[in-house]
Design a protein around this ligand. Structure first.
Ligand SMILES: Cc1cc2nc3c(=O)[nH]c(=O)nc-3n(C[C@H](O)[C@H](O)[C@H](O)COP(=O)(O)OP(=O)(O)OC[C@H]3O[C@@H](n4cnc5c(N)ncnc54)[C@H](O)[C@@H]3O)c2cc1C
Length: 616
């Protein structure tokens, strides 16, 4: 079995041939960077991911975490790679080197992260959650809080978590009941129960910093009255020394479908009245602070869905090249014809092409959004920064939901390519599917993301941000029209963009009137259609970048097909054009049908009486 979890040729293509990532190096912030340095980072990440993390994938799943007497023990095989991961400063790649980061652009960090997340997300999560907690402290903490926590979180000396969910407060975060009472010394006493907390307890790091959402006694109900607190597992003294256990007790660990190497904990805070925390930011600003972090966190969850998908696709591709079964269709009834690798069969090729289209499209989409973060942070003026900020806000619910849903579907399609072996533990794709599924549920379910897109994001600048997005799509399609090999694909993309615009207008109108519920019943399909259009856009953009390079390679070839068959670069570029063709001609028409269904505004799902659903 090939040990390939990400496609380095494709990563380089997206970074440097589709997107002009090198233009970032002209900005002051990245003036000391160049392509060679970035390539070295990605090479090192690939080596580390393949040699140190990937071998823990099945082993961590089989051993799982252990829970006894309130303590969680991580899989033994995680300890060495975690120590090396911390030593090599892989945790906070985009942060300031003085704080333990590497000062890299988001888009380069994403490329490196394909090798960590794709190798074993259960492992990687121990490190990345500390980064998220640190980022909130960097943005909203007091100088004292920064001095105490920041470097230790960014370097991985301490771990982090995120405590939002409670038994009665899942999607409805505003219903939480965890409370905070001010103490005379400026700290708060925290009391409450949290559930489903990733890495809420673990023994990899000497301390864990829990950002906790809670309500200060007397604060308003709902999200308006939520504050955020820094609650350590062990109290941190003003000089940085660790003090007493802070009464954050792990009462259980979920038995779940996947991510067995990552504990999903129930935590009781202040059960003995001794849990204290520091307020982060101002009182009642908890949701505002969380929202600031949400965009990056949700991009990361979409990225998790994708990283499982790219690994699953590459495993399935490798298997399809090795596994011999059946004869070439063209051999007819000739029983003496030799068996062929299953990649020869048209139906297997269809499955592989389907997977490739989504994996390629998602990689480009995710890198595009990561690059939008970089463009925003390096913008020459406030208008440019606002432009990128708008696109990020609009695209985040799409990138989170679409890549988590399609990522899971790619994993199950990979199982199909394997046949019976795909369903067994002998091969990694069943685990990839199990581990991937959660990405559509946590960090705001995909249903909630779709409501965010329709209810809040479409309305940004009275629809102006959505129109900016469509303008970007249309610009690529217009440019691609000049490329001979792509001309016929462009009108289809333009037409789909027009359809989506109509659907957006209709849904926004209905959502503001009597057909509110019918409109929101179509929020999920609308988000999916938006994602499909983005796939078509990205694949066309890739093909536009590939076509002239293919022409240059073929310029002197007597036989074009022969050249492509014998030249990896030519085959790669030709593959870009074929993938765009497949998606735009075979899948985009289905999307247009789905958009038509949205425009039909069928209300049966909301009109049916609850008893009409059947059941008991
Ligand atoms: C493995 C794992 C790890 C997790 N890690 C963390 C963590 O580290 N920190 C943390 O705080 N939480 C964590 N969670 C919790 C996770 O974020 C929640 O499970 C998720 O937000 C959904 O909440 P819920 O499970 O209560 O589902 P519910 O909110 O009950 O939702 C059930 C269904 O109803 C839908 N729904 C709910 N409300 C609405 C609405 N208003 N409109 C339309 N549809 C709606 C949802 O989309 C969903 O389909 C984790 C969960 C798991 C399983």
């Amino acid at each position: 079995m090939a040990q390939v979890i990400a496609d380095r040729r494709d990563i380089d293509f997206v970074l440097y041939e589709q997107f002009d990532v090198e233009s970032l190096f002209d900005c002051d912030r990245y003036r000391d960077l160049n392509r060679k340095a970035c390539d070295m980072v990605i090479d090192a990440a690939r080596d580390f991911g393949l040699k140190e993390i990937l071998p823990t994938y099945a082993a961590g799943d089989r051993e799982g975490v252990h829970f006894a007497d309130g303590k969680v023990t991580v899989p033994e095989c995680f300890r060495r790679p975690h120590r090396l991961f911390v030593e090599n400063e892989w945790i906070a790649m985009t942060e300031d080197p003085d704080l333990g980061g590497q000062g890299l652009p988001h888009v380069i960090a994403k490329a490196a992260n394909e090798y960590f997340v794709g190798a074993n997300f259960a492992f990687t999560a121990y490190a990345t959650l500390g980064h998220g907690a640190g980022k909130m402290i960097e943005l909203f903490g007091t100088p004292e809080q920064k001095a105490l926590f920041l470097k230790k979180l960014y370097t991985g000396q301490w771990g982090g978590s995120m405590l939002l969910t409670e038994p009665e407060a899942g999607s409805d975060v505003g219903a939480l009941t965890t409370s905070a009472r001010p103490n005379p010394d400026g700290t708060y006493s925290i009391t409450g129960n949290k559930i489903f907390i990733t890495n809420g307890e673990q023994d990899l790091t000497e301390n864990i910093i829990h950002p906790v959402l809670a309500r200060i006694e007397g604060a308003p109900a709902g999200t308006r009255g939520i504050s955020i607190f820094l609650v350590p597992k062990y109290w941190v003294e003003p000089d940085g020394r660790l003090g007493d256990f802070n009464d954050v007790v792990c009462t259980g660990v979920e038995e779940k479908m996947g991510l067995h190497g990552s504990p999903t904990c129930s935590l009781t805070l202040g059960g003995s009245g001794k849990c204290r925390g520091w307020l982060l930011g101002e009182p009642n600003q908890g949701m505002r602070i969380m929202f600031h972090m949400m965009n990056e966190a949700r991009l990361d969850v979409g990225f998790q869905g994708f990283s499982h998908a790219t690994a699953a696709y590459l495993y399935a591709l490798d298997y399809a090249r090795q596994r011999r079964q059946g004869r070439d269709l063209a051999a007819g009834k000739n029983a003496a014809a030799p068996s062929v690798p299953i990649i020869v069969h048209p139906d297997v090729r269809r499955m592989l092409m389907w997977m490739k289209a989504y994996v390629d499209g998602m990689r480009s989409f995710l890198y595009y959004v990561a690059l939008a973060f970089d463009r925003r942070e390096t913008a020459a003026d406030a208008d440019q920064a606002a432009y990128w900020e708008g696109l990020i806000d609009l695209l985040i619910p799409v990138v989170k939901s679409y890549c988590s849903d399609r990522g899971f579907e790619v994993c199950t399609q990979a199982m199909q390519v394997y046949g019976g072996y795909g369903y067994t533990r002998e091969y990694p794709v069943e685990q990839l599917a199990r581990d991937c599924k959660i990405t559509s549920i946590y960090e705001g379910t995909n249903g909630i993301q779709a409501m965010d897109l329709l209810g809040r994001k479409l309305a940004m600048r009275q629809g102006g941000v959505f129109m900016d997005f469509l303008t970007e799509v249309r610009r690529t399609a217009a440019e691609a029209e000049a490329v001979a090999a792509l001309g016929e694909l462009c009108p289809a993309v333009q037409a789909a963009a027009t359809d989506l615009e109509k659907a957006a207008v209709a849904l926004a109108r209905d959502a503001g009137g009597a057909r509110l519920k019918t409109a929101f019943a179509h929020a999920g399909p609308f988000l999916d259609a938006t994602g499909d259009l983005i796939m078509a856009w990205m694949l066309l953009w890739r093909a536009k970048a590939a076509a002239p390079r293919l022409e240059a390679l073929c310029a002197k070839a007597a036989d074009r097909s022969e050249l492509i068959a014998g030249n990896r670069q030519a085959a790669f570029y030709d593959g870009q054009i074929k993938t765009a063709r497949f998606f735009i001609r075979s899948l985009l028409p289905v999307t247009r049908g789905r958009i038509q269904a949205i425009l039909n505004a069928e209300g049966a799902a909301v009109e049916i009486d609850e008893k009409g659903f059947g059941g008991l």
